[in-house]
Design a binder for this molecule. Structure first.
Ligand SMILES: *[C@@H]1O[C@H](CO)[C@@H](O)[C@H](O)[C@H]1NC(C)=O
Ligand SMILES: *[C@@H]1O[C@H](CO)[C@@H](O)[C@H](O)[C@H]1NC(C)=O
Length: 340
């Protein structure tokens, strides 16, 4: 489960980009030719109307939560599907940011990207109503905003935005090989209520029986072939685009946590990793939001603790951190966070 808070940007990087590049191929098994893309989506930030838009997306930023796909989105997805096949070398990791607030941790991301500029691309989808503080837009993010539409928690607008980001990244650079990571889990205790929130069998059958319904993290990485699958896909998207039942909106409605893992687990069960690289502290969570670390909690010890995972790989990302954590995080960036 997870949710996006409108005010807190939350990703902390725990290892270097080099490590992510090394790790990415292992996260996405073999299949066909392709490469993978990693995106690290998420968060919240705004786009200044003034900021340059990537020409690849060429969309007008209008809309709301569409009851059907809008023609410009469909055209974008079609173009991206056509371009998706080739993955040029050397592979790059595409970082996809979905935001409704300022990118408070941009300086930390810059530190993470430093020295690897040729191996990463950045894309930002920022809610058009948000007013981005231009002073907080650091070089890696400048001119990297894709045409955006309104996003709201607890409906498919976040999902639509994620698909738009994937399409923009596919179109923009054939070297984009990794796009983030999808966690595919089953048997989580909240699954029955999440399925019910979508209208249960009456709404989800025949495409998505409960047994095929999956849950994952909002933070994910996709291989290029999987990103292509997502922008091409229409059948499940129709199901997940539909609104949740009204009574479930406040606490059980996170379609973006279900669409990607359900789709990929159906389409390529051997090609998905079944663990996450993002550590989230749900202890004492409030209204669907996990524990938000304050500046006083940031320390080398916390970073080390957050990395520990029961899986093969240590966690590379963590959420969520209040904006005030930037200074203490930068203080230990070189000595701890990005020291592999
Ligand atoms: C998780 O959050 C709780 C507060 O809700 C805190 O006491 C605990 O130390 C946190 N755990 C970690 C590993 O940071
Ligand atoms: C690892 O697994 C143990 C036992 O299931 C659990 O108590 C612990 O919280 C897990 N640690 C992490 C970091 O997920």
């Amino acid at each position: 489960m997870t949710s996006s808070s409108p005010m807190v940007l939350s990703l902390l990087l725990l290892l270097s980009l080099t490590a992510l590049l090394l790790l990415a191929p292992r996260l996405s098994p073999p299949p066909p030719p392709v490469a993978v893309t990693a995106a690290d989506k998420h968060e919240e930030e705004q786009v200044p109307a003034a900021s340059a838009r990537l020409s690849t997306s060429g969309l007008a930023g209008t809309g709301g939560v569409p009851s059907a796909d809008e023609p410009d989105d469909l055209a974008l997805f079609r173009r991206a599907t056509l371009e998706a096949a080739a993955a040029a070398a050397p592979p790059k990791v595409a970082f996809l940011f979905l935001t409704t607030t300022d990118l408070h941790f941009a300086p930390l991301w810059e530190r993470f990207f430093a020295g690897h500029e040729s191996r990463r691309t950045v894309y930002v989808h920022a809610d058009p109503s948000s007013r981005l503080n231009r002073l907080l837009i650091t070089p890696s993010f400048r001119g990297r905003f894709v045409a955006a539409k309104p996003t709201r928690r607890a409906d498919a607008s976040l999902l639509a935005a994620a698909r738009r980001l994937l399409a923009a990244a596919l179109l923009d650079d054939p070297s984009n090989a990794y796009f983030a990571y999808i966690e595919v889990l089953t048997g989580e205790p909240q699954m029955p209520s999440r399925y019910a929130a979508r209208g249960g069998e009456a709404a989800m059958l025949p495409e998505v029986p409960y047994a095929r319904f999956r849950i994952g993290s909002q933070f994910f990485a996709l291989a290029r072939r999987h990103a292509a699958l997502v922008v091409r896909e229409r059948r499940l998207w129709r199901k997940f685009r539909a609104p949740c039942k009204p009574e479930a909106r406040d606490h059980e409605c996170y379609p973006e946590e279900h669409y990607f893992p359900t789709l990929l687990d159906m389409a390529d069960p051997a090609g998905v990793a079944r663990y996450t690289l993002t550590r989230v502290n749900w202890t004492g969570s409030v209204a669907g939001h996990p524990h938000t670390y304050a500046a006083a909690e940031v320390s080398p010890g916390l970073i080390r603790e957050l990395r520990v995972s029961n899986n093969t790989h240590p966690y590379m990302f963590a959420r969520k951190f209040a904006p005030e954590c930037l200074a203490p995080l930068l203080d230990i960036a070189d000595s701890v966070i990005f020291k592999d």
